[in-house]
Design a protein around this ligand. Sequence first.
Ligand code: NCD
Length: 311
Amino acid sequence: MLPRHILRVDQFSRGDLQQLLTHSREMRRIADAGGDERLKGKILATLFFEPSTRTRLSFESAMLRLGGEVISSESADHTSSAVKGESLEDTIRIVESYADAIAIRHPLAGAAETSASVASVPILNAGDGPREHPTQALLDLYTIYDELHRIDDLTVALVGDLRFGRAPRSLAMLLTRTERCRILLVAPPGIEMSQDVLAYLDAHNVVWEQLHDLEEALPRADVIYMTRVQKERFPSVDAYRRVSGSYRLGEEHLARLRQDAIIMHPLPRVDEIDTTVDADPRAAYFRQARNGVYIRMALLDLLLRSRIRTA
Ligand code: NCD
C-alpha cells in the first residue's frame, strides 16, 4: 500500500517499488493504446513555484491519459496569491477544495511536508528546493528497470552537482532499496553529496565512493547519471562559475563506457552531455523523460482510485 502523500523516497519499501514498477509497465501499455477513463471526474492541481517543463507537463499528461482533468498554476511564485503574502498552508487549504490531488514544486525544503500537514487530498512532491524529488527518482528507477531489466547488483555513477541537485539525492537514497548497489559519487570539490545522504547510505549498507574524475567512473558504471549544476541555488555567480562546466560527456568518452551501460540525465541539460552523444543507443535520457508519464500515471492511479477523502 503506497503512502497517502508522496513526499520523500524513504517512504517506499521494496514491495511498494515492485508494485509501482509493474503498475507503470501496465500504464505504458494503456498510454500506448490511447489511454483510458479510470480517473474520470477527478482533478489534479499542479502548483509550481519553480520552473519546470517535464515534471509539470508529464504529471498533467499522466492525468489526462487516465481520463482525469487538470488545473494548473505554473508560475505560482509570480502569479498565485503567494505574491500577496498568502501562506503556503492557506494556499493548500484553498486548492484542495478545487482538486483531488496536488502536485507541488516549491523552492523551500520541506514545503511538501508542510502542504501535507494541512491537506486532506494527496500531495505529490514535485521537487522541494535542493532536498527531494521523489517522483523523479521513481521514474529513474523505472528507467533502469526498463533498460537493464534489473534493479539489483548495479554500479551507478551520480555525476555533477550532488550538493544542490535534488534528483541525484533522491535517487541515491532510493537505491538503498535495491540489493548489492554500488554508488560512485562524482562531483567537483565543494558540491559533493551531503553528509546526511552519505550517512543514510551507510545505514543501509550501500557501498559508495567519492571521485572527482569522471574518466575513472566511466568504465565501471552500469548507469552514468549526469546532472546539471544548479545555478539558481548557488550563493553567488562566482561560486557557480568555479564548478560549472566541470564534467562534459562527449563522443570521445563513449568507447570507454561499457557496452551494456546506459547514460541518464534528469534534464534539462546545459553542457554536461554533448549532443553528439544523443545518437548512441546507450543514451537513455529522452526515453527516461518519457517514462515520467508512466510512473506518474501509476502514482495517480494508485493514489486516487481506491481512496476516500479524509476530513
Ligand atoms: C530536475 C529538477 O527540477 O530537479 N529536473 C527535472 O525535474 N527533470 C533537474 C534539474 O533541474 O537540474
